[in-house]
Structure formats: structure tokens, C-alpha cells
Design a protein around this ligand. Structure first.
Ligand code: ZN
Length: 243
């Protein structure tokens, strides 16, 4: 079996507009994520918002097993045509890993069918503890009972997602809020994972445990081969019906 093909998508605006964030991610958030995925043996490439077709051409999408998505300040700039293409690919089996503020992206909202942009937030660099809820889940493999992030942006419940099919992680924040921070969903043949940590001004994606979760999530989100089936009016029976 060949390496899992991952396209790491990033809006790539904060890093260009804010020197403080550029200092954290000199190669962009996408550069950081693609690097640790490549080093782990994934076939990783990057795509960003301001490239033609946002870097998500038909050719790129066709060869992508799993797409990771980081966006924040320019969700509205993503063309509806691209969103529709990504949506169709997920229905057909491409995995999607939505990261941090990707909760408010057009594609995540369309796949969830709810106003996933709804949550509380606060940016004072407080502590977050990401607790493992589902100890047997493959996305939690290699993680002890929790991941401690010294400084993060807070996201708090209520979060406008539908009830996840599987809840892998839940976060506690120093200021008292809680959040469903690792959520699995299935849509059509596709698998979707939402993972909360990853605010742009903190070096979250350099943390080994966070990298472990992203790598596990990509492996999980690559769906097994699922054959197509015929739907619609079915006049022929598959067994003889005695009347
Ligand atoms: Zn953020």
C-alpha cells in the first residue's frame, strides 16, 4: 500500500500580515504541518487560499486521500465552487481534518448542516487541558490521559455542531469553560475529524502530542475502500420471492 496522500490547506494570511505570527510559523502553518506529516512518511503537499482555485484543482482533489483545513479570517473568500467540489469528494470518500478555526469554514458548515461557527472564545493565553475521552480510539493512540497546552485561545461550549458520531477529546480551560475538542463524523463515504487546538499565535503544531493526534487523524480519516452501490427504483429482486 502506498503512502497516504494528504493535502494540507491553509488560508496563509495571518503569517503574511502579522510579524509575530510569522515568527511562530516562518513557513506558514501549512509548512509546519506538511513537514511533520512528510517526516512521518505521508505523501504531503500544501495548498493555500490565494493560489488559483485555492490550490485545490480537480487533479489535486482527485489524488488527495485526506485534506486538512486551517482557515480563520477569510472563510468568505473560499469560492462556493471549490466548496462544492470538496464536499463531493468527501461524499465520495476523501477524509477531512478540520483544524481549530476551521470550525467556521464553509466546507465544515456544509458537511455538518448546522451553524458550527457558534461557540464562546477568549484570547488571553490561558492553559488548556485536552482530555482523552475515548481511550480505545485510534486517534488517541500514543496519547496519555491528557495533553497540557500551556497557552491557548479558549473555545467554549455551547458549540454549534451536531452530536458527533464519536467524541475522542474534550478540553478544559483555565477560565472554567469546557469544549468538545476532538469530534468524528461520517458523511457519505467520507470521514471527518474536527480538532480544536491550533491558534495561530501559539506554537501549538510544534507540540509532539498535537502532531501525534494530527497524524492519527489523517490515518483514521483515510476511508477504507467502499464499493459504489446502485440506488433508485429496483425492479429486480435479488432472491426469489414466493407468493
Ligand atoms: Zn484562533
Amino acid at each position: 500500500m502506498g503512502a497516504i496522500s494528504v493535502t494540507v490547506w491553509n488560508e496563509f494570511l495571518h503569517e503574511k500580515e502579522d510579524p509575530g505570527i510569522a515568527a511562530v510559523y516562518p513557513d506558514g502553518i501549512h509548512g509546519c504541518i506538511a513537514k511533520f506529516l512528510s517526516e512521518a512518511g505521508f505523501d504531503a503537499r500544501t495548498a493555500t487560499l490565494r493560489e488559483p482555485q485555492h490550490g485545490l484543482t480537480d487533479e489535486v482533489l482527485a489524488k488527495t486521500d485526506v485534506l486538512t483545513w486551517w482557515g480563520h479570517m477569510a472563510h468568505g473568500e473560499v469560492a462556493d465552487e471549490t466548496v462544492e467540489k470538496v464536499y463531493r469528494r468527501v461524499q465520495d470518500g476523501m477524509g477531512l481534518v478540520a483544524l481549530h478555526s476551521g470550525h467556521d469554514s464553509k466546507i465544515f458548515k456544509k458537511l455538518m448542516g448546522t451553524d458550527t461557527g457558534r461557540l464562546k472564545w477568549r484570547e488571553i493565553g490561558e492553559k488548556e487541558i485536552v482530555w482523552v475521552i475515548d481511550r480505545a480510539h485510534p486517534i488517541a493512540e500514543g496519547i496519555d490521559e491528557k495533553i497540557v497546552i500551556p497557552h491557548e485561545e479558549m473555545y467554549g461550549e455551547p458549540f454549534g455542531i451536531p452530536a458527533p458520531d464519536e467524541l475522542v477529546f474534550a478540553s478544559w480551560f483555565e477560565g472554567g469553560e469546557i469544549f468538545r475538542s476532538g469530534c468524528c463524523f461520517k458523511r457519505g463515504k467520507g470521514r471527518i475529524f474536527y480538532f480544536r487546538p491550533g491558534h495561530e499565535s501559539f506554537p501549538i503544531y510544534y507540540m509532539p502530542e498535537i502532531q501525534t493526534v494530527v497524524k492519527n487523524a489523517v490515518r483514521w480519516a483515510k476511508a477504507p475502500y467502499i464499493p459504489s452501490f446502485v440506488d433508485g427504483h429496483t425492479p429486480e429482486t435479488t432472491v426469489e420471492i414466493k407468493r
